[in-house]
Design a protein around this ligand. Structure first.
Ligand code: ATP
Length: 403
């Protein structure tokens, strides 16, 4: 059951996704395939925009890797059609093999050549790419991935995260038209994942190469994806922008860890109290100054580049993502004063979903138009008289804001 504001300020939760037909075919990756295996059928017919990061998301065994392999041409599904923009990769008897599709492939386990050092691994595909087609070169890829100090090392001396960065670099140096990543983080521990994520998030933005990435981890999708392809039992259930996927209470992304909001904003410098501003006036949050935001690392972060704020050599400020668990957000009718929680935002309730027994998900619109989800009890909804259209205060512990 849900209660909704009569005039929602943004796209409703069930709005159609980034409608493929509004994009020219030359900017789409389209796949139509029927692949039969014993006990499993992949049956897909979809068109994906060739921009940013597209996540294939779903439970283990739903067919994410199978779809990726059809796109790559690693599996030749009879009768399948695969088109990359204006290029036809598979149609009828026409079939372009993987090495002619100009795809950068990175799998869960790195696939580096153990007898070559880091530099030669990086240059392996580069040297085989015709000079006229080389768009990315060693130094820029090394700088982007922060692997300059590793160039002289042998592969067996690298950590898992370093190997995965070199694998990404090697794939990028073939100047691919498309990167296909199959759970590139799942073999890594949490600390190493945090080390790699910022690099992944910069790939599509800075290298200008669209990425299709398999993942079954909601936090990876929330940090990296621009759109999500939800798969179930060999089929595509829906394709949504990340924003749309996070705006519905029944999002599969919320199935395990609960609802989350992903906010985008510009982080400010660390302030005097160990806190750091994030986002514009009116929707400003204060974060603990330590820690790394989603998509951030020492040289900057993901997405939209902003011009430097002055003539010094300050790195450009970039939009960063912040992940906030809905259960870490409380609501109050008045702005509390004597309270340790630093973040009090005036928000407007847009929708209340009583999606799960004993829990209510309150979708709140912030002053900058972004959606903030709060999970409270139905008892609190009744006691406070919460309703769509009402202005309330969202209270967020600053410690809950780290990505
Ligand atoms: N080479 C193969 N031969 C036969 N069946 C296969 C083969 N590869 C995968 N399958 C089956 O196809 C189905 C889909 O597998 P797929 O690897 O595409 O799923 P997935 O969503 O990527 O799963 P996971 O998240 O566990 O990697 C599964 O039932 C799997 O057992």
């Amino acid at each position: 059951m849900s209660t909704t504001s009569p005039t929602p300020a943004a796209a409703p939760a069930n709005a159609p996704a980034e409608t493929p037909c509004t994009q020219p075919a030359s900017a789409m990756l389209s796949v139509r395939a029927l692949l039969q295996r014993s006990g499993f059928t992949l049956d897909v017919d979809a068109a994906l925009p060739l921009a940013g990061v597209t996540a294939l998301f779903g439970r283990s065994g739903c067919g994410k890797t199978s779809l990726l392999r059809v796109i790559a041409g690693l599996d030749r599904a009879a009768g399948a059609e695969v088109r990359f923009g204006d290029a036809v990769w598979q149609y009828g008897r026409h079939f372009v093999p993987l090495h002619r599709r100009r795809i950068g492939l990175v799998f869960q386990e790195h696939s580096l050549l153990p007898h070559l050092g880091v530099r030669d691994n990086l240059l392996y595909g580069y040297r085989r790419t015709p000079p006229a087609e080389r768009r990315l070169h060693l130094q820029e890829v090394v700088d982007m991935l922060g692997i300059g100090e590793l160039l002289a090392r042998s592969i067996d001396t690298l950590s898992g995260g370093q190997r995965q960065r070199v694998s990404l670099g090697r794939a990028l140096l073939t100047s691919p038209r498309l990167m296909l990543l199959d759970e590139p983080l799942s073999a890594l521990d949490t600390a190493t994942k945090r080390e790699i994520m910022p690099f992944l998030s910069r790939l599509a933005a800075e290298a200008g190469v669209p990425i299709v990435m398999v993942s079954h981890a909601p936090d990876e999708v929330e940090r990296l994806a621009d759109r999500v392809v939800f798969m179930h039992a060999g089929r595509i259930e829906r394709i949504e922008t990340l924003r749309q996927a996070l705006a519905r209470a029944d999002s599969p992304l919320f199935a395990d860890a609960g609802a989350v909001s992903v906010l985008e904003g510009l982080p400010g410098a660390a302030g005097p109290h160990g806190l750091r501003a994030f986002g514009p006036e009116g929707a400003r949050l204060w974060l603990s100054a330590s820690g790394t935001l989603a998509g951030e690392e020492q040289a900057g972060g993901r997405s939209t580049s902003q011009p430097p704020t002055d003539e010094t050599h300050a790195p450009p400020r970039r939009l960063q993502r912040l992940r906030i668990l809905a259960r870490d957000v409380s609501l109050a009718l008045d702005d509390p004063t004597r309270i340790s929680i630093q973040n009090h935002l005036r928000v407007t309730i847009e929708r209340i979903d009583t999606h799960a027994p004993g829990r209510a998900l309150v979708s709140c619109r912030m002053a900058d138009g972004q959606l903030l989800l709060a999970e409270v009890t139905p008892w609190s909804v009744a006691q406070l008289g919460l309703a769509p259209g009402q202005q309330v205060y969202a209270l967020i512990k600053s410690v809950a804001l780290l990505g």
